[in-house]
Design a protein. Structure first.
Length: 87
């Protein structure tokens, strides 16, 4: 029997899903929850590395813009992919 280290797409699981990602998602979500003029209750935050994906829906285009602007202010965020729609 040959022993191989566990990998996930060529990376060890710890490297592929670092705890920092969950922390970054939480910090961005908390930031969005405190923005005046933004109802972020239907917005989801997903991180991959330093990139944040925003999905869900809000009531106005201004809220879409506020969400992206707020997410950019969080330390550790390098890029925003904004897929929030107006419902």
């Amino acid at each position: 029997m040959v022993f191989k280290e566990r990998t996930f797409y060529g990376e060890t699981p710890e490297e592929f899903f670092p705890q920092d990602q969950a922390d970054l998602e939480t910090r961005v979500a908390n930031c969005l929850a405190t923005v005046d003029g933004l109802d972020a209750s239907d917005v989801s935050v997903i991180s991959k590395g330093n990139t944040i994906l925003l999905t869900g829906s809000v009531s106005t285009i201004e809220e879409v813009e506020r969400a992206e602007e707020a997410a950019r202010t969080v330390e550790g965020v390098a890029e925003i992919v904004n897929r929030i729609s107006v419902a």
